[in-house]
Ligand binder design. Structure first.
Ligand code: ADP
Ligand code: MG
Length: 251
């Protein structure tokens, strides 16, 4: 397997606050990596560093053997949390998908683009909502439209930052299922920050546990040991009492 993302001794600081400390790992092509850790553990910072939105304080990230500045930005797709969406935005679903293809809004789209967008929607089981207004979509449907907006560019790597936050459980399960099927068929590599440990265990093949430093990266069956969970949730500076019964608010 090709190493598609190689991270070496990555440290990211915001002022004196260390968000990521000396992280090294590589991700193989086609991996589906779930990134888990408490609030403030550096998960979003890691995605932003891979996207090139944040410059490492030290260390390096290579994607397809190149630096972030050297690769074609289309190779990486980013799906944000959908809670940030403005639903009053006057558009229909397929327009939002097509907007993924261009920097401008979609007044001019080719037939080829439209066919491509519809093909992606079909793969995501969402053909029925292609011509609905965004304000008429459920959270889960909207989430798939946002996903389609990225997939329409044929990325090789997809980064998702808690895409399911605020979406009900049924939608979330469906989303993860569809995403993993799509990833397998199209051989894309996925890094997904999630709060949902059960779903991560079910769909991901690799787990990354972060607590500002790397706690664990590897196959899912060895990820959730007592030791790893303790180290994921224990605080660096001032030790909190760690409870081994995970409550939703801890995740
Ligand atoms: P997570 O996504 O795991 O909740 P983040 O990567 O957002 O964590 O944050 C990691 C640490 O970096 C936290 O201590 C957070 O307060 C800090 N941080 C994140 N973004 C910024 C920023 N733009 N400026 C200053 N500090 C930040
Ligand atoms: Mg975050």
């Amino acid at each position: 397997m090709q190493k598609i993302i190689v991270i070496k001794n990555l440290t990211v600081k915001y002022g004196s606050n260390i968000a990521i400390s000396d992280l090294s790992l590589h991700i193989e092509e086609g991996a589906y990596v779930a990134i888990l850790g408490p609030n403030g553990s550096g998960k979003s910072t890691l995605l932003k560093a891979v996207l090139g939105l944040i410059k490492p304080t030290s260390g390096e990230i290579r994607i397809f053997g190149k630096t972030i500045d050297e690769i074609d930005p289309k190779l990486i797709g980013y799906v944000p949390q959908i809670k940030t969406l403005d639903r009053t935005f006057p558009a229909i679903a397929i327009e939002l998908v097509l907007s993924g293809l261009s920097k401008n809004w979609v007044f001019r789209t080719s037939k080829k683009d439209k066919i491509q967008a519809l093909k992606i929607l079909e793969q995501l089981n969402s053909t029925d909502i292609a011509y609905r207004h965004l304000s008429e979509l459920s959270g889960g449907q909207l989430q798939k439209i946002y996903l389609a907006r990225r997939l329409v560019r044929n990325p090789k790597i997809l980064l998702l930052d808690e895409p399911a936050t605020g979406v009900d459980f049924v939608c979330e399960t469906n989303f993860n299922e569809i995403l993993s099927e799509y990833a397998e068929q199209n051989k894309i590599t996925i890094l997904m920050v999630t709060h949902d440990w059960t779903s991560a265990y079910h769909h991901a093949n690799n787990i990354l546990l972060l607590n500002n430093h790397l706690v664990y990266y590897g196959p899912k069956d060895k990820a959730f040991t007592d030791e790893n969970i303790k180290n994921t949730f224990s605080h660096f500076a001032h030790k909190h009492k760690v409870s081994f019964t995970l409550k939703e608010q801890d995740l």
